[in-house]
Design a protein around this ligand. Structure first.
Ligand SMILES: Nc1ncnc2c1ncn2[C@@H]1O[C@H](COP(=O)(O)OP(=O)(O)O)[C@@H](O)[C@H]1O
Ligand SMILES: O=P(O)(O)OC[C@H](O)CO
Length: 494
């Protein structure tokens, strides 16, 4: 009973990661699943694909190690956030595909709510902006557009959940309909000050409260599952960016992490009271332990590693992601190219859904190396945008060190540039699987097999620190050029 199984249900794949009693990864199983794009700006997942890949990867990783249910002390779940599911309480049948966080179908509905003057109330209570990104308007869409859904929801026949909630429900054979505070706070239905579903916001979005899951701590009892052939308790749940914050042991006020996967999500721990952003960041629950929420300011960027994928699949100038750094190193240092990767609009702090990508500063001498450099630099510049907004919201970041993780943080060139453009140290941990580690620790700590919060924080291990080497003058000039490029790209300029 010393192992912990972490389930990481992400946007493009499901993974099951097995940790031993010393919190070391001893096995991983992963399965990708199809993305569905039924209309422009729409993104859906088949609910059956989500469940099948979770079920199969969990069974595989445990069987591959020759283990059984008796060896697993607990399960921790972490997940793509905001993605919206509705299913039948009796049969478990979903009424529709899951509507994915990236889906923009409710943009007009959000604009309408803003025009009617509802944004201030929604933001004050939920910490979020009135944007299609979050679950609330997606749930409204399902109730309005799926035949009979509203009547069935009002009759108590339907349940709503984010991905964690659905996985818990399936794992427990329908016995538990619950979520944790970090997932609840991404729905735009949850009052982050009072720690409960908000009746007024639910009314505004036409959501019957009977279909909402019970909200628990991030380390709590979420029932048991027979999936592995014997009863195993589910003891940890957190949205993936919050799980990474936990996995990076960002437990102190002022600690900051940034995860570089397809997108980039930076979370700053702001302590036990939420900070209302005046610079278009999100106010969110970082984790909730023993009934006490710890809050974060979050900046979400939609394109980080995705710009590298574009170099590979769109332009064909690199063979694999890891070629980007070495190619960028060959760029002519005299050229100043700025790539604004607004492929699907710009996220925080601009929130310009209609902006599209642009490149500035091209000359006859610009080639693949300069494009690669501009692409990697764009990730550094966007991170600085977020940190500038955070500093304004909290009155300065002080001596903050940024902890990084995610696939793209493997790029030394990108992390050095990030440190240069921030003018601050960047710490890369020995374990880059911080999301899974965070979920595993929540469950393992609850099970009593892993150390407490302080003990876990002490085990955080640095692999490499990147220190700034760029002159202040160059940093200012380069960042000024970026701000100018963004200003020219936005659809609504000051
Ligand atoms: N060495 C590298 N240099 C630059 N980008 C990289 C490198 N390795 C991975 N990436 C980028 O990181 C992303 C994958 O990170 P990952 O954390 O697995 O993302 P996600 O969980 O969003 O799928 C991809 O977009 C890839 O292009
Ligand atoms: O599945 P990921 O890693 O792309 O994360 C998605 C985020 O949770 C969206 O908010």
């Amino acid at each position: 009973m010393t192992h912990i199984l972490a389930i990481d249900q992400g946007t493009t794949s499901s993974r099951a990661i097995l940790f031993d009693g010393a919190m070391k990864i001893v096995g991983t199983a992963q399965q990708e699943f199809p993305q569905h794009f039924p209309d422009s700006g729409w993104v859906e997942h088949d609910v059956a694909d989500i469940w099948r890949t979770v079920e199969e990867t969990c069974r595989k990783v445990v069987a591959d190690k020759g283990l059984t249910a008796a060896d697993i002390a607990g399960i921790g779940i972490t997940n793509q956030r905001e993605t919206t599911l509705v299913w039948d309480r009796k049969t478990g049948d979903p009424i529709h595909r899951a509507i994915v966080w990236q889906d923009r179908r409710t943009a007009r509905f959000c604009e309408g709510l803003k025009a009617e003057g509802h944004e201030a109330m929604v933001t004050e209570r939920t910490g979020l902006l009135l944007d299609p990104y979050f679950s609330g308007t997606k749930l409204n869409w399902l109730l309005e557009n799926v035949d009979g859904a509203r009547a069935r929801a009002e009759a108590g026949e339907l349940l709503f959940g984010t991905v964690d909630s659905y996985i818990i429900w399936k794992l427990t054979g329908g016995a538990v309909h619950a979520t944790d505070a970090t997932n609840a706070c991404r729905t735009m239905l949850y009052n982050i000050h009072e720690g409960r579903w908000d009746p007024e916001v639910c009314k505004l979005l036409g959501v019957p409260m009977g279909m909402l899951p019970e909200v628990r701590d991030s380390a709590a009892e979420f029932g048991t599952t027979d999936l592995l052939g014997g009863a195993v308790p589910i003891l940890g749940v957190a949205g993936d960016q919050q799980a990474a914050t936990v996995g990076q042991a960002c437990f102190g006020k002022g600690m900051l992490k940034s995860t570089y996967g397809t997108g980039c999500f930076a979370l700053l721990n702001v302590g036990d009271a939420p900070v209302a952003s005046t610079h278009r960041l999100l106010s969110t629950v970082a984790y909730q332990l023993d009934g006490k929420p710890t809050y974060a300011l979050e900046g979400s960027i939609f394109v980080a590693g995705a710009v590298v994928q574009w170099l590979r699949d769109g332009l064909g100038i690199i063979g694999k992601a890891a070629d980007t750094g070495p190619l960028a190193e060959k760029a002519d240092p005299q050229q100043r190219l700025y790539l604004v990767p607004a492929f699907t609009g710009l996220g925080a702090p601009y929130w310009d859904a209609d902006a599209r990508g642009a490149i500035y500063g091209l000359t006859r001498g610009s080639g693949p190396a300069e494009f690669a450099r501009a692409a990697l630099e764009s990730v550094g510049y966007q991170t600085r945008d977020l940190l500038e907004a955070m500093a304004l919201d909290v009155g300065g970041l002080g001596e903050t060190v940024l902890r990084v993780d995610g696939g793209m943080s493997a790029s030394d060139w990108s992390m050095q540039f990030l440190s240069d453009v921030l003018g601050a140290p960047v710490d890369r941990p020995a374990v880059l699987e911080t999301t899974a580690l965070g979920a595993a620790w929540l469950a393992g700590m609850k099970a009593g097999v892993y150390p407490d919060q302080d003990g876990f924080a002490r085990q955080w291990e640095l692999e490499r620190r990147f220190e700034p080497t760029m002159s202040e003058e160059e940093r200012t000039a380069r960042y000024g050029g970026w701000r100018d490029a963004v200003r020219r790209t936005l659809t609504q300029r000051d």
